[in-house]
Design a protein around this ligand. Sequence first.
Ligand SMILES: Nc1nc2c(ncn2[C@@H]2O[C@H](COP(=O)(O)OP(=O)(O)OP(=O)(O)O)[C@@H](O)[C@H]2O)c(=O)[nH]1
Length: 300
Amino acid sequence: MDILVADDDPGSRNVLATLLETMGHTVATVDDGTAALAALAKGRYPLLISDWLMPGLDGLSLCRAVRAQSGAPYTYIILITAMDGPANYLDGIDAGADDFIGKPVDPKYLIARLHVAERILSLHERLRNQATHDHLTGLLNRGAILEALDQEMQRAAREGHHLGVLMVDLDHFKPVNDAHGHPVGDTVLRETARRMQSSLRPYDRIGRYGGEEFLVVVPGEPPAVITEIAERIRLAVAADAVTTAVGDIAVTVSIGVATSNGSACEAGHLVGVADDALYRAKAAGRNRVEPCAPLQPDET
Ligand SMILES: Nc1nc2c(ncn2[C@@H]2O[C@H](COP(=O)(O)OP(=O)(O)OP(=O)(O)O)[C@@H](O)[C@H]2O)c(=O)[nH]1
């Protein structure tokens, strides 16, 4: 596990870091709460072990600051304390700590507390995954892909780069359900989703927007490349028929493309433009990509 240790005392800090490393963990150390917050903002540490008393931002304030950050994956916090008494523990829990270990650290006790941390973190991860992913296709769900789009739009505005949104819809999918039933339709949806995902780059995002409609977010490419990526998705889906329990079923998708060249564009508007382009792709015969003119920065 990647663990961040915050302790102003170099002796205790190094002893704890060495102990954790001998247990097989990867450890980064900082000497106060402010540095801990900066490290958490830069890297991913599922577990923070922090001294309670530190100059500047102490353990309690650090707990509160970490818990005030919404949306981030959960950070499990263990406070190290020489303090005794239920009132102090309650302060720690109220501030957002999950557990405590006493000073000096007893290795056997530490191992036990780390087992608890791993158990809770894996539950958190499972819940987070369920809340953000579509259970049928395994892709991001509607809420999560819209959140990803929002983040990418903010980043595009900050860095002044292009952003593409693709609205992808299966063609004539209702007849598949009507002829073969929903379980076969589900197989087709799952395989289509898999093909689309595997034709994307690691930093593109794809989510299930509605029943047989998917939203793809393509950051950092000019409109011509975004249209090429849409074409790649279309070809990846149509390349081979999908094997199902009732035989092979040919699948195609229509794709509407919207692009923005950076600042001052609103996510809902971009999705609407992609949706309009999708409608044109359907009207023009399906199994095609319909690009659109890039939105200008002041077009919202
Ligand atoms: N099997 C399955 N079908 C779904 C799911 N969600 C939506 N659908 C089906 O998707 C179909 C969408 O049909 P329509 O909106 O009429 O579109 P279409 O037949 O694909 O036609 P065009 O989009 O115009 O090419 C309906 O039959 C829905 O029941 C799902 O989770 N599983």
